[in-house]
Design a protein. Structure first.
Lengths: 296, 316
């Protein structure tokens, strides 16, 4: 072996300590990862395979896992079925894209501004506000389902885009991650010198702090994005014109077994976008998560 | 109060002032900070804080969206626990669901993150994607409905019949014995989300020199490394991940509804969330639904606090 010295239990290569790793452990871990990885990936492969199966392969016995003669017939069927809806299909896509874009942008702007103040300014109530935000991470928003309905009615937001967008703008996970990242990534000395030059806090936030926390933006964006993109039917929305892509697709798919091919095609279309967003930004998202820790 | 927000004015001295006066001066001096927090905070109050308190208040009434509410004291709660048998089933199922999916999802996230941390970067990002993708792909979990569909076209049934394991297809999502375990498996499939990423990131930020120092101090294998170095160093991420896993473990109602319907067969996978949806979203018994929501809220918050207490002992 090239230059590995053993001193008792400790092995050194060059000037680095070689950490002890048993071959049995490596094999065991690889095996465990492969089994679990197969469990994770099989449904993904299956949905893609189903979406490409022609009709006779979908209803074949015994069923085959992989497609033999791939065709795009299911995707064509899906769009034909969607054309029969009350509103043109493009309207559902527009709604989903619009609420995803508006909600994510609003969350990014408002949460990052609040995160800057909570991270870099000291004011009475700061710790209390942050504690409330951390507490909000501890319960699932469905507990507010009923009271949201009352509030939306009171604010006259039933059957408007606001009912989709505003709760997403006020989502706290992105703010939390942004604040923690600012704590470690934006140094006081830079802000201090900007203050000496007479820059306002708003300007410092926008011109200095924001460009330094770009990885945190992307994380906030994907968190917000995945929630909004998958918005399905909502009790706060009645008009067909305001329903989402996922809702329309669920309507098609609930048509039963005959539509299982179209359903798989729909699922593939819906999942592509968030996965692409993640793949493109993976390294920056992981970087933000490095500072996500909770002190106590 | 170390940072000066406005260099022209110095921080207010605390001498010769009551605490209230000093706080008021500090607040005025920091107007800009409040202006920056306000837009988010107002929405947060309106859509997260206010609803929680409103539902606690309404849980003490008989509000039904039509008539002005009457004060009912704790009668909604006594009705839930003493008269509503379905609620008790829902409680039991919720606790089973959460106490399996929460810890298992948490341990899986941690183990997988730890295992893939030693892979070369290129392979690591592919493997990360494989494990993380199900959690961001929205309704793709409905494909389990096809994999385990109740007819012979379903893959699981097809295989089992073909090799002679069973003679008639199993109605997986409509069978009392199958529906709960299957829904738990599907929930776990979607559950390697934000906490998982936080663990990967936490592991990457640990300085290698700690491990080298540990090896010098006589740490013999990776398991000792994990317990004595890795876990204590990433305790903040462990806390964050725990909070997300617990919250998530109570939020799988939609997965069950999509696969098994609401109510599921003989209430076998019926959770508090479904009960809430039934009374709040269908029957509009808002007072009663608010009591359900309040109980769910208390369960979530208290399990978070208990787990945080336990986790603070890791590596000590």
């Amino acid at each position: 072996m090239d230059g590995i010295k053993r001193t008792g239990k400790l092995r050194i290569r060059g000037h680095r300590v070689v950490l002890s790793r048993s071959t049995g452990g490596d094999a065991g871990i690889t095996f465990f990862l492969m089994i679990l990885g197969a469990f994770m990936i099989i449904p993904m492969v299956y949905v893609i395979s189903q979406s490409l199966k022609p009709l006779d392969e979908l209803f074949m016995f015994p069923p085959r896992f992989l497609v033999r003669r791939p065709s795009l017939a299911n995707f064509k069927d899906l769009f034909t079925l969607l054309d029969d809806n009350l509103v043109p299909f493009s309207r559902y896509i527009f709604n989903t894209v619009f609420i995803t874009f508006a909600g994510t942008l609003g969350n990014l702007l408002l949460a990052s501004m609040a995160a800057y103040a909570l991270s870099k300014l000291t004011f009475p109530g700061r710790n209390f506000i942050f504690k409330m935000i951390v507490t909000s991470l501890m319960f699932h928003s469905t507990v507010n389902m009923v009271t949201h309905f009352i509030l939306f009615s009171a604010f006259r937001m039933i059957d408007t885009y606001f009912a989709y967008i505003l709760p997403a703008v006020a989502a706290t996970l992105g703010l939390y991650l942004m604040k923690q990242f600012m704590d470690s990534a934006v140094h006081e000395s830079i802000l201090e010198s900007a203050r000496l030059d007479g820059a306002s806090e708003f300007k410092i936030y926008w011109v200095i702090a924001m460009p330094m926390v770009k990885p945190a933006w992307l994380t906030l964006i994907i968190e917000s994005f995945r929630g909004l993109w998958n918005t399905g039917s909502s009790v706060y929305i009645h008009s067909e014109q305001l329903k989402t892509f996922t809702y329309a697709i669920n309507q098609v798919v609930s048509g039963g077994i005959a539509r299982s091919g179209a359903g798989a095609a729909a699922a593939v279309l819906v999942m592509i976008v968030p996965i692409l967003v993640f793949v493109i930004n993976q390294s920056q998202i992981i970087e933000t998560m490095g500072s996500s820790g909770m002190k106590d | 109060m170390s940072h000066t927000t406005d260099t022209a004015k110095r921080p207010v001295s605390r001498k010769d002032m009551t605490r209230a006066q000093w706080t008021w001066k500090e607040m005025k001096r920091n107007k800009v900070a409040y202006a920056m927090v306000a837009p988010f905070f107002i929405l947060f109050l309106a859509f997260t804080v206010l609803p929680v308190f409103l539902s606690m208040l309404l849980s003490l009434t008989d509000f039904n969206m039509l008539q002005w509410p009457h004060w009912k004291g704790l009668s909604n709660y006594t009705r839930l626990f003493l008269e509503d048998e379905i609620f008790l089933i829902a409680c039991k199922n919720t606790l089973i669901f959460a106490s399996v999916t929460g810890p298992v999802s948490y341990m899986l996230s941690l183990l997988v993150a730890w295992f893939i941390n030693e892979l070369p970067p290129k392979i690591r990002s592919v493997v990360t994607l494989v494990f993380y993708a199900p959690s961001i792909s929205g309704g793709v979990y409905t494909i389990f409905g096809a994999l385990f569909s109740g007819d012979t076209y379903g893959w699981a049934n097809g295989i089992a019949i073909n090799i002679g394991l069973i003679s008639r297809p199993i109605q997986f999502f409509h069978d009392v014995n199958w529906v709960m375990p299957l829904c738990i498996v599907v929930a776990l499939w979607t559950s390697l989300g934000t906490a998982f990423l936080a663990f990967i990131a936490g592991l990457q930020t640990i300085d290698r020199s700690y491990y080298e120092a540990g090896a010098v101090d006589g740490i013999k294998n990776r398991w000792q490394e994990l317990w004595y170095i890795t876990l204590p160093t990433m305790r903040p991420q462990l806390m964050f991940g725990a909070v997300l896993s617990i919250t998530q473990s109570f939020g799988f109602g939609a997965v069950v509804t999509a696969l098994a319907g609401n109510p599921s067969v003989e209430y076998a996978a019926y959770t508090i969330m479904h009960h809430l949806d039934d009374y709040g979203g269908q029957r509009f018994e808002v007072g009663y639904a608010s009591a359900i929501a309040t109980i769910l809220f208390v369960i979530m918050i208290s399990s978070n606090f208990i787990i945080k207490k336990l986790l603070s002992k890791v590596g000590q």
